[in-house]
Design a protein around this ligand. Structure first.
Ligand code: CP
Length: 309
């Protein structure tokens, strides 16, 4: 099988016109809600790290366009017999799925694997390197909610609060912000600041919220913290960086509140925030299906046209 499909491993390689076309397709999918017949093609969903939203939304999108999902999520697989993640990917690829959706740790070299695997690979969360489909669905949700045409995100102010250093979502947002020319700022304790900080920094969350058009709260990624990393108390973190109804008085009336999920309730965000009319957390999840369906359809089309979108 010759290499038929494009991969989506990061957002550096997507131009603003490709993002615009993807969002137009996602909007058309959302509006028309078309059902497709089974295609006889398969899609491998390989999740070597835990997932609810990304896995189920890719699976839903696959069903909607007639792709049969083949799920490998670790439980009961030959990983338990010591098979490596790389060998697992190569063996599923040898069964000729049309697309592989992969969530894995940083140690896997997805770029090299994508050169040796004939089908397109879609990054569904790759260590702390990136989570491109999440950033795309976030920006799609911003545009939809703000009533913006694609391409006019320029200058919009996006504030990231929380564990930015360990967040692949933030990493992908920093990539797409360069393409869409949005302004990005962070508010986090020193331990959670990005290592190379391309952004504006707020020490005070209230000041950051006053500045922002959109606040994206990030999960404290305890599983990625090395032992001994937790040098502040959860209560102190909540007091200084936790989003609460009281804090939200500082956010514009038209501001948006987002979180990629899952949420640590009572740590980075109080449950009451979900009831705020500016909160878009579940809309992000709904839009994830449309954006991922658009990506799958674009990847299928690239079989003919040779490049994604
Ligand atoms: N946002 C996100 O990636 O969620 P899951 O880990 O549940 O897929």
């Amino acid at each position: 099988m010759s290499k038929p499909s494009a991969s989506l491993l990061d957002l550096k390689s997507l131009s603003s016109s490709q993002i615009h076309r993807l969002f137009s397709l996602a909007q058309e999918i959302k509006t028309k809600n078309r059902a497709y017949q089974p295609t006889g093609l398969t899609i491998g969903l390989l999740f070597f790290e835990a997932s609810t939203r990304t896995r189920i939304s890719f699976e839903t999108a696959a069903h909607r366009i007639g792709l049969s999902p083949l799920l490998l999520d670790g439980g009961g697989s030959s990983l338990e017999k010591g098979e490596s993640v790389e060998d697992s990917i190569l063996n599923v690829a040898a069964m000729n799925p049309h697309i592989l959706v992969i969530r894995c740790g940083d140690s896997v070299n997805l770029e090299e694997m994508s050169r040796n695997i004939p089908c397109g690979i879609l990054n569904a969360g790759w260590g702390v390197k990136g989570h491109p489909t999440q950033a795309l669905l976030d920006v799609f949700t911003m545009q939809q909610t703000m009533g913006l045409e694609s391409g006019v995100m320029e200058g919009k102010k996006i504030l990231f609060v929380g564990d930015i250093r360990h967040s692949r979502v933030a990493a992908s947002h920093f990539e797409i912000s360069k393409t869409l020319k949005t302004q990005v700022a962070v508010c986090a304790p020193a331990e959670f600041q990005p290592e190379s900080n391309p952004t504006k920094t707020f020490l005070d969350l209230n000041e950051g919220l006053s500045w922002a058009d959109v606040v994206i709260v990030l999960r404290c990624q305890f599983e990625r913290h090395q032992s001994g990393f937790k040098i502040f108390s959860t209560e102190e973190y909540r007091r200084n960086y936790g989003l609460s109804a009281a804090r939200l008085k500082n956010l514009k009336a038209q501001g948006l509140i987002m979180h990629p999920g899952p949420i640590n309730h009572g740590i980075e965000m109080e449950s009451e925030v979900l009831a705020d009319p500016r909160c878009r957390v579940l809309q992000q999840v709904s839009n994830g299906v449309f954006v991922r369906e658009a990506i799958l359809r674009s990847t299928l089309m690239s079989t003919v046209e040779g490049s994604l979108l």
